[in-house]
Design a protein around this ligand. Structure first.
Ligand code: CP
Length: 306
C-alpha cells in the first residue's frame, strides 16, 4: 500500500537553490552569534531525530552536537539496525519518528531530492544533510561562514576543483556564492565535469583565485575507470606544493572533508596558513545550531506545497 502524502504546506531546509540571499544571511548571522556566545536559544523539551543512511563523521556529529548544545534531545536512527532493513519505507520511517515526538528530522541519503519527497509526509521540518548528487546545504553554509570571516562575497573569485559532476558540495556552493555576488569557476578532469561546463585552466587559474575549494575524490572513480590512478590525479589536478606557490598569499583553501592526503592536496598544504579545513569543521557546529533553531522556531526556510 502506498503511504498518502498530506496536503498542508510544510517547512523544512532542503536546498540552497530555494533560499534567498536574506535567508542565507539570516542563517550566517545566527551562526555567528552562536559562535560568539551572543545567541541563547534553548530548545528544552524538543527532540531532533537523525536519520543518516550514508556514512558521515562531520555532518552527523555536528548536527548531534548542535542539537545537544541547544538543549534538545537527540534520536539517532541507524538504517542498518532499523525496520527499513525489514522493508519499511522511508516515508513510513519519518512518519514514525514524527509520531514518537520528533520535532525535526535531519536526513542524509544517496537519493537526490529525497528530503523534499519526505517532507510531503510530515509536518515537522526535515533538514537536508546531503542528498545524492543534488545538494549539501549545511556544508555550503559552513563554507560561507568560514569565507565570510575573512572576505566579502561581492566580486570574490572562487575556484572549485575536482569531481564536479558527482559533487553536491560544488552544486550548493556555486548556487549560493553566485547569489551573493561571487564569481565561481570549476576545474578538474574533463570526464568529471558536467556536460557543457566551462573548465578553468589548472593550475594557471590559481593565480587569480581568492578562495579555492577542493573536493574529495571518491576512490571508486578509479575502479569505475574515470581516473587512471590516484597518483596521476594528484600530479595532474592536485594542490601540490608547487601549485600552492601560485595561490595568492591572502587566499583561502577549503575542503569539505574527509581529505584524501596526497590526492586532492599534498599533506603539507594542511599546515599552510591559507588552509581553513579545521575552522570549517568548527563552524559546522554553529551553522547547524542555526539551522535547527530556525527550523524548530517554525521558520524553516522553504515552504513545500504537497
Ligand atoms: N563534509 C561532509 O559531509 O563530511 P561527512 O561525510 O563526514 O559528514
Amino acid at each position: 500500500m502506498v503511504t498518502q502524502a498530506i496536503t498542508a504546506p510544510k517547512r523544512g531546509i532542503h536546498s540552497i537553490r530555494e533560499m534567498s540571499t536574506n535567508d542565507i544571511e539570516r542563517i550566517l548571522d545566527l551562526a555567528r552569534d552562536f559562535k560568539a556566545g551572543k545567541a541563547i536559544n534553548k530548545l528544552s523539551n524538543k527532540t531532533v531525530a537523525l536519520f543518516f543512511s550514508e556514512n558521515s563523521t562531520r555532518t552527523k556529529l555536528s548536527f548531534q552536537l548542535a542539537a545537544t548544545k541547544l538543549g534538545a534531545q537527540v534520536l539517532d536512527l541507524n538504517q542498518d539496525t532499523s525496520s527499513i532493513s525489514k522493508g519499511e519505507s522511508l516515508a513510513d520511517t519519518v512518519m514514525t519518528l514524527q509520531a514518537m515526538g520528533a520535532d525535526c528530522v535531519v536526513v542524509r541519503h544517496n537519493q537526490s531530492g529525497i528530503t523534499q519527497y519526505l517532507q510531503k509526509y510530515v509536518t515537522v521540518p526535515i533538514i537536508n544533510a546531503g542528498d545524492g548528487w543534488a545538494e549539501h546545504p549545511s556544508q555550503c553554509l559552513l563554507d560561507l561562514m568560514t569565507i565570510r570571516e575573512y572576505k566579502r562575497f561581492n566580486g570574490l573569485r572562487v575556484l572549485i576543483a575536482g569531481d564536479i559532476l558527482h559533487s553536491r558540495v560544488a552544486r550548493s556552493n556555486k548556487i549560493a556564492l553566485e547569489k551573493l555576488g561571487a564569481k565561481v569557476e570549476f576545474t578538474g578532469p574533463k570526464i568529471l565535469m558536467p556536460p557543457n561546463t566551462q573548465k578553468a585552466l589548472w593550475p594557471e587559474s590559481l593565480t587569480r583565485t581568492d578562495v579555492l575549494i577542493l573536493l574529495r575524490l571518491q576512490k571508486e572513480r578509479q575502479t569505475q575507470g574515470l581516473i587512471a590512478s590516484l597518483d596521476d590525479y594528484h600530479l595532474m589536478y592536485g594542490l601540490t606544493e608547487k601549485n600552492l606557490e601560485l595561490l595568492p598569499e591572502e587566499s583561502l583553501i577549503l575542503h569539505p572533508g574527509p581529505v584524501n592526503r596526497g590526492v586532492e592536496l599534498a599533506e603539507s598544504v594542511l599546515e599552510d596558513h591559507r588552509c581553513k579545513v579545521q575552522e570549517q569543521v568548527t563552524n559546522g557546529v554553529y551553522v547547524r545550531m542555526a539551522l535547527i533553531a530556525l527550523a524548530l522556531e517554525g521558520r524553516g526556510i522553504v515552504e513545500i506545497s504537497a
